[in-house]
Design a protein around this ligand. Structure first.
Ligand code: CP3
Length: 393
């Protein structure tokens, strides 16, 4: 039953992927722009293939099966909430820390050691593929990603350098170092979805309403499509590097997709997100799609061809499950704001999330968005203990 549901999910993903985007049967993009075209699935020494992670609680729940304990991890579990993170990051810029394999690996492992979470999330950033392609970008503390030059015209898009497979070597090295330490705990790889990545590229910096990319998709749809395709291929290759080097699942973050209406999402964004995933579908690892403010987009986000939908804190999981027809494992959705509430309030909330999630064919506990930097890390450990203490019946 478990494997049937899993296979069904994968097949649907493949069919939709074929309709909506540009994959060929060997998994390479049909436009021929992918520089690494090695087809086929993960090799036999990969953690998902050699028995290390395939039956872990996380992968079991992602595949709609019955896990031995309730799996939990936290978006942004690595980061400023941890004193050990602040210590190793001292004097090292954010993007630099992502490109030093030993350091990126150490930071990835810190929250696993401390909290006993059921997954590591690879320490990197959605703008790393830009940086490795040669685009001038930095992460300004307290601000976020800032580009030397925003990408706004057809000429700007045409001038974007191509990300090569070779440039991703520091990423593969960091992943290899990490999975060698993780044992049976799966590593989740990730990438930014084309809309969220392009939103930073067009604005040149973080913005609230993402007016620049939303104007571009209507005013200059050809340039928008070229940009979204560039971002899809860069993100897709970045995710593929992580999965081939040892990650057991992949999450596509479309954090800012909630600024779009459904019609714009389906017309201008979903095909590019499907194209990003076309780079990795053939590998057979579970794929998760997450966004914030996306309650109205959940079905469309599932339909780009993923196995699991991540839900933000705005929509109860039983309602998310209803909208998805009761067929899709869910991830989420503890409200990050409640991490600072008194313990009895937080505990009651976590129990409610578990009850609502039990309607879905699989449930991986997570936050509705990232760990706020000011979070007391001992609270996160306590939340993990609580979740693990509740039987997965
Ligand atoms: O534990 C994890 O989740 C792993 C690592 C991770 C980071 N960024 C590390 C990071 C992941 C998965 C991301 C993805 C990411 N980056 C997203 C999608 C997820 C989301 O949060 O919605 C987005 C939108 C970005 C872009 C970005 N990078 C922002 C908005 C910021 C915050 C800027 C700030 O200083 O407040 C970053 C920087 C960043 N990425 C930090 C971390 C740990 C903080 C930088 C620091 O600690 O110095």
């Amino acid at each position: 039953m478990t494997s049937c549901r899993y296979l069904l999910g994968r097949n649907l993903g493949t069919i939709e992927g074929m309709i909506s985007s540009a994959a060929t049967s060997d998994g390479t993009a049909s436009n021929g722009t992918v520089s690494h075209t090695h087809p086929g699935s993960l090799d036999s020494g990969h953690p998902l293939m050699d028995g290390r992670t395939a039956d872990s609680p996380l992968i079991t729940a992602y595949r709609g099966g019955k896990p031995s304990r309730r799996p939990v991890w936290f978006m942004r579990q690595a980061g400023r909430s941890l004193p050990e993170y602040l210590k190793v990051r001292e004097g090292v810029a954010m993007l630099e820390s992502c490109l030093r394999p030993e350091l990126a690996s150490e930071i990835t492992l810190q929250p696993v050691r401390r909290h006993d979470v059921d997954a590591a999330i690879f320490f990197s950033d959605i703008v790393i593929p830009l940086k490795l392609a040669g685009v001038g970008v930095d992460i300004v503390p307290g601000v976020g990603p800032v580009l030397d030059k925003p990408v706004r015209t057809a000429a700007d898009v045409a001038a974007l350098p191509k990300l090569t497979w070779e440039a991703l070597e520091p990423i593969r090295e960091a992943v290899r170092l990490t999975v060698a330490q993780l044992g049976k705990t799966p590593l989740i790889g990730f990438a930014g979805a084309p809309f969220t990545l392009a939103a930073y590229m067009v604005e040149g910096k973080p913005s609230r309403d993402h007016l620049g990319p939303r104007t571009m998709m209507h005013a200059d749809p050809e340039t928008w499509q070229a940009l979204a395709n560039w971002a899809a291929d860069a993100s897709g290759l970045f995710l593929r590097a992580q999965l081939e080097a040892g990650a057991s699942a992949g999450q596509l973050f479309d954090s800012w997709a909630g600024s779009l209406g459904l019609a714009d999402y389906q017309r201008f964004v979903a095909p590019a997100s499907a194209r990003a995933l076309d780079h990795v579908r053939h590998l057979g690892a579970p794929l998760i799609h997450f966004g914030t403010g996306t309650s109205e987009l959940l079905v469309a986000m599932r339909n780009v061809g993923v196995d699991v939908v991540g839900v933000d804190y705005r929509l109860p999981l039983d309602e998310a499950n209803r909208r998805l027809g009761g067929t899709v494992p869910l991830q989420g959705n503890i409200d990050p704001a409640l991490l600072s509430a008194p313990w009895p309030v937080l505990e009651a909330h976590v129990r409610e999330v578990i009850a609502a999630g039990s309607a879905a064919p699989g449930h991986v506990l997570n936050l509705g968005h990232g760990v706020p930097p000011e979070t007391d890390p001992t609270v996160l450990t306590r939340v993990v203990e609580l979740i693990h203490s509740i039987s997965p019946e």
